[in-house]
Ligand binder design. Structure first.
Ligand SMILES: *Cc1c(COP(=O)(O)O)cnc(C)c1O
Length: 389
């Protein structure tokens, strides 16, 4: 009999930790429960119409029907470079220091193939977006996890990384504003990071899709704003969150030219670039009217305020997020992430993400995404008040 045998890298994947909650959710839906889903890290607001109009136009253009260039259209890379200049005052050479990506996840998943050899170490935060460690493992590397603790403002303590580990490490992944903890990094942290990266010759991969989702006017910084950053690393950026374009698959990486060449070298052998019509829509996003971004921020801010007030009232006391669209809430005493998440689902029809799904140090938390309308958030809070925690 023919047998489909999976490769060890697939067999060794960590178990998918959201299986239980997904199953319970299906059960509730099957029972006809009106679910309020706070587990989705995917913007619910539509893509701005100027971007859609540009796409409609670009898709008619026959030159866009052919294979795109591997590194991305120069016009798209120029738009990304100018956007970085306007937003962060960072100078980038569009030819050498910008690479287009089929969504930033694509670049994050591939970067380890360029720089991690079997047996090498990649430094990965915990809790974190799972792609950092999985990409490193797919390359044959070993992730070494850096705990993100509340008492350290959810920043890794670089001084605690053992010397032999630092020496074997090729990459360090970081993500600020952070998913799932909603924390932001400051200048001092990035300066320390650059010093650490130089000392041990470790490439910094900073994942920054949430820089435009911030509250109270406190704009997050880019890693590349810091002196010396471009010598040691790159930053991943995405249009998914800023312009509500998650389904379009468009992002880019910026920074160190040699690092980008390495990533590009993997990509030329795996994909054939990003649909040019989408790149044209991306140019419109980056260079066109930005009022939609302001409107989006106002929507998230309203939702954040309503949800935070409600959570405080029922006695959950999460830290108030400064950026990103997540609330990282500690579970009440006596609960685990999974038991509390299950409690909220079965008793109130509210879906949250158990924190341990993002790593061991996520235990004791749940994540709630602000991708739910204000009315539904209010409804959710009413239910929580009835049910109690
Ligand atoms: C949403 C998200 C991304 C962006 O992914 P795209 O592939 O660009 O859609 C990257 N990193 C984190 C941490 C995210 O939450």
């Amino acid at each position: 009999m023919f047998k489909v045998e999976k490769a060890s890298r697939i067999k060794e994947l960590p178990p998918y930790l959201f299986v239980t909650i997904d199953k319970l959710k299906e059960e509730q839906i099957a029972k006809g429960v009106d679910i309020i889903d706070f587990s989705i890290g995917d913007p619910d607001i539509p893509t701005p119409s100027n971007i859609i109009d540009r796409m409609k136009y670009a898709i008619e253009d026959r030159k866009n029907h052919r294979y795109p260039s591997y590194e991305g259209m120069i016009e798209f890379r120029m738009a990304a470079s100018k956007w970085y200049k306007r937003r962060f005052n960072v100078d980038l050479d569009p030819k050498e220091e910008v690479l287009s990506l089929i969504g930033s996840k694509e670049g994050i998943a591939h970067i380890s193939l360029a720089f991690v050899s079997p047996g090498d170490i990649a430094l990965v935060p915990d809790p974190a977006y799972p792609v950092y460690s999985i990409g490193a493992k797919f390359a044959g590397g070993e992730p070494f996890f850096l705990p993100l603790l509340k008492e350290n403002k959810f920043l890794p303590d670089l001084k605690k990384i053992p010397e032999p580990i630092a020496r074997k490490a090729k990459l360090i992944f970081l993500n600020y504003p952070n998913n799932p903890t909603a924390s932001v990094a400051n200048r001092e942290f990035f300066e320390e990071l650059i010093e650490f990266a130089v000392k041990y010759n470790i490439i910094v991969c900073h994942d920054a899709p949430y820089t435009e989702i911030y509250y109270d006017g406190a704009t997050p910084i880019s890693f590349l704003e810091i002196k010396g950053a471009k010598d040691v690393g790159i930053e991943f950026h995405s249009l998914s969150k800023t312009y509500n374009m998650a389904g379009w698959r468009v992002g880019f990486a910026v920074g160190n030219a040699d690092v980008l060449k390495g990533l590009g070298g993997i990509k030329t052998n795996v994909d054939s670039g990003l649909f040019q019509a989408i790149q044209e829509a991306g140019i419109e996003a980056l260079e066109g009217d930005q009022s939609s971004v302001d409107k989006m921020r106002k929507i998230y801010q309203q939702r954040r305020d309503v949800l935070m007030d409600g959570l405080m009232e029922i006695g959950l006391r999460p830290e108030i997020p400064k950026a990103s669209f997540y609330i990282w809430a500690p579970v009440p005493n006596g609960h685990t992430s999974a038991s509390f998440s299950t409690h909220l689902l079965n008793r109130a029809g509210i879906v949250t993400t158990p924190g341990n799904g993002f790593g061991d140090y996520g235990e004791g938390y749940i994540r709630m995404a602000l991708t739910v309308s204000k009315d539904r958030i209010i409804e959710g809070i009413e239910r929580l008040k009835d049910v109690g925690i």
